[in-house]
Design a protein around this ligand. Sequence first.
Ligand SMILES: NC(=O)C1=CN([C@@H]2O[C@H](COP(=O)(O)OP(=O)(O)OC[C@H]3O[C@@H](n4cnc5c(N)ncnc54)[C@H](OP(=O)(O)O)[C@@H]3O)[C@@H](O)[C@H]2O)C=CC1
Ligand SMILES: O=C(CO)COP(=O)(O)O
Length: 308
Amino acid sequence: MKSDLKNVTIIGSGAWGSALATLVQTNQHHVQIWSRQSQLSLAEMVSNSDAIVSAVSIKGVRAIAEKLQTAKLQPHTVLVSATKGLEPVTRQTPSQIWRSLIPDHPLVVLSGPNLSKEIMMGQPAATVVASTEASAAQFIQNIFASRNFRVYTNSDPIGVELGGTLKNVIAIAVGACDGLNLGTNAKSALITRSLIEIIRVGVYFGAQPETFWGLSGLGDLLATCNSNLSRNYQVGYAIAQGLSLEEAIANVQGTAEGVNTANVLIEISDREKISVPVSRYVYRLLKGEITLQQAVEGLMERDLKPEN
Ligand SMILES: NC(=O)C1=CN([C@@H]2O[C@H](COP(=O)(O)OP(=O)(O)OC[C@H]3O[C@@H](n4cnc5c(N)ncnc54)[C@H](OP(=O)(O)O)[C@@H]3O)[C@@H](O)[C@H]2O)C=CC1
Ligand SMILES: O=C(CO)COP(=O)(O)O
């Protein structure tokens, strides 16, 4: 193997893990995917890895990080978190889980407007790799960047991560808005007002507000709210067609993280008194507390106020 070619392990053989593996392979790096079905143990697979990319859904992150805690890694191995979710109970982001369990390896968050099916078809896309260690972000940038995949570095990992996580709740709202045929004005208002509440939550977590105007914030919000490839959008759209939440989830291929994220987000916003009206209506809708029609009326009839 040429010396600039790296050993990369992707954890998770779902839609995102498979797309990320394809991107790494494009650059001739040596890539292996570990899944719970793999014959080789995770510890064996990662022993010679320059980078380990976790692309599992939030419910698997802690178990995977705990497995890696006992594995013998190369001292220089960079950990990459590509999950978009919030952990119930601890209310931690994936990178916070990784940081708490494996503190002595560089950690990078990878997030952006990255619908895996488009990436698998070789369509152009851009993403962000964020770390408090610039050299680690650059290392991962070089592994993934190719003609079809433009990779930017960023120094605000929590902001990059939360943009990707919180937009999933909004995509459910926008899918429902489209499912009801409420029109482009309604959709634009919903997306724009939602970005403000995403920023409020992000600032509580210590993120930089301007991060949310970038690819991992507004970029991912637009991608997810404008594509029926998005599983979260599909959930909202299906509910607008009259399906129950359970039926909507069953109809979706793969993980729609926004359903769990809405629960955790509302716990946080209740405790910290953060105003997240759109996400709250999504939460109440998913809980069956209100109908979709009541959600629309409720959002339109809120007290009048200045925009900012
Ligand atoms: N698909 C997309 O377009 C994108 C997805 N993401 C994010 O990536 C994450 C994974 O999404 P995606 O691949 O699409 O989802 P899929 O439903 O296709 O795959 C789920 C993945 O999560 C793993 N997993 C699920 N439960 C557990 C568990 N209890 N323990 C360990 N691993 C578990 C599965 O592991 P195994 O392989 O071992 O079965 C599988 O790799 C999500 O957070 C999603 O928001 C981010 C950007 C784009
Ligand atoms: O995060 C994504 C695109 O960036 C994928 O969105 P879904 O999880 O809603 O499919």
